[in-house]
Ligand binder design. Structure first.
Ligand SMILES: Nc1ncnc2c1ncn2[C@@H]1O[C@H](COP(=O)(O)OP(=O)(O)OP(=O)(O)O)[C@@H](O)[C@H]1O
Ligand SMILES: [Mg+2]
Length: 392
């Protein structure tokens, strides 16, 4: 199956579960789908509310274990001893309050998937117990005398913590991290995949099924907000707004002040477009150089990374998604390609080229050299030496 039909298939498989319109989310789901059939353990990371549960469910639903159980355990919600008996089970009388035998979640998940949510919150002792289970695949109930028995479970874990940092702080076992993170899927925050916002709004509004719709102004406000609580926050705000609105058209007055008070969209967009347009015209006409002007402005913080992204988008539109094509267009030497990439990656200015792949190239994507070649070369050499000293 080629890349686009695989992505379409995973999007389709996901349709019941959730929205994945943005290239970033489609990528996560493509990887999840590729990881699903095996038994390799998967660690799903991402901020709170991004959809980690959803990804775990996809991993299960798309696996050969999909007829088996999907069992979730939240490692943050329980004390250490309760978590131990929740996972491993216990025998009656093994501790105060153990009035009857209890089957652990690991056993309940036999032939299925065990989802260990918030795994970063486990105590060190629980981590050791889990590690022992992962190494031996054998289960011993708390207080049991019988021999441990084998269970066949696939483990998917999730966390919103930076586990590498917790390892460095001595709060998480490095050997356990490696065991759990055979495959790593990171779900990006909603603010980095704004293309999902409108479809998510529609998705949550449709679920209510009362025909109410958000006005264009409301949608623009929703698109612009930072969403610290990600999809969960969006869902809550949409449900609240639908409940509160008295008409079928839901205007900004039904949105919370935090969403309403984000800077007005039009001026921000206008300003960004203006700067990007001016820089683009300067670059394409040969009046300015990328390293000297754009890079310099960025390092002095006269322009933001969003301005750079808008500029790159404009360029990609002209080159139909070719980053290499930006070299001549922006007046850079072909050998600057890696440096250009490093610069964009280091400052989070990379733009997904794929959405520009299908579009028609604009007229005249070629750079018009207006500056004498010699002067340009001098400016580039000078820019290269300045930026080499500032970047490294
Ligand atoms: N792509 C999506 N489409 C539809 N609904 C989504 C999507 N992503 C998340 N949701 C919904 O948003 C809510 C939060 O998602 P989820 O519980 O998967 O987040 P999480 O990353 O596990 O959060 P936490 O770290 O707090 O556990 C859920 O109600 C979920 O159904
Ligand atoms: Mg969760």
């Amino acid at each position: 199956m080629d890349r686009s039909s695989a992505a379409a298939h995973s999007a389709h498989a996901l349709a019941d579960l959730g929205v994945c319109e943005s290239p970033a989310m489609a990528d996560v789901l493509r990887l999840a789908r590729r990881a699903a059939p095996g038994d390799a353990k998967v660690l799903v990371t991402g901020e709170s509310g991004v959809g980690k549960d959803l990804v775990a469910r996809v991993l299960h639903a798309e696996s050969s274990r999909s007829r088996g159980p999907f069992v979730a355990v939240n490692c943050a919600g329980l004390t250490e001893s309760l978590l131990e008996s929740e996972l491993f089970g216990h025998v009656k009388g093994s501790f105060t309050g153990a009035y009857r035998d209890k089957v652990g979640k690991l056993q309940l998940a036999d032939h299925g998937t065990l989802f260990l949510d918030e795994v970063g919150e486990m105590s060190l002792r629980m981590q050791a117990l889990l590690l022992r289970f992962l190494e031996q695949g054998e289960l011993q109930r708390v207080g049991a005398q019988e021999r441990a028995h084998h269970v066949d479970v696939r483990i998917v874990a999730a966390t919103n913590r930076n586990l590498a940092e917790r390892v460095a702080a001595g709060q998480f076992r490095e050997d356990l991290l490696y065991r759990l993170r055979v495959i790593h899927l990171h779900v990006p925050p909603l603010r980095e995949r704004r293309a999902d916002i409108r479809p998510l709004v529609a998705h949550f509004a449709n679920r209510r099924g009362n025909g109410k719709q958000f006005t264009e102004t409301s949608l623009e406000l929703l698109e612009r907000y930072r969403w610290p609580g990600n999809v969960r926050e969006l869902q809550n705000i949409i449900e609240h707004a639908i409940w509160q609105a008295e008409t079928d058209q839901i205007g900004p007055e039904s949105l919370p002040p935090s969403v309403r008070s984000t800077e007005p969209l039009v001026p921000v967009r206008e300003r960004r477009r203006q700067i990007a347009d001016e820089l683009y015209d300067g670059l394409v006409s040969g009046v300015c150089s990328f390293w000297q002007d754009v890079h310099g402005l960025f390092l002095r913080r006269d322009i933001t990374r969003n301005d750079v992204r808008t500029l790159v988008r404009k360029g990609l539109r002209a080159t139909r998604g070719s980053y290499r094509g930006l070299m001549p267009l922006f007046g850079m030497d072909p050998q600057d390609y890696q440096r250009f990439h490093n610069f964009l990656a280091a400052h989070d200015c990379k733009v997904d080229y794929r959405e520009y792949r299908t579009g028609e190239a604009e007229d005249e994507p070629r750079r018009r050299e207006l500056l004498p070649e010699l002067e340009l070369r001098e400016r580039r050499a000078q820019a290269a030496s300045t930026s080499a000293s500032t970047l490294h």
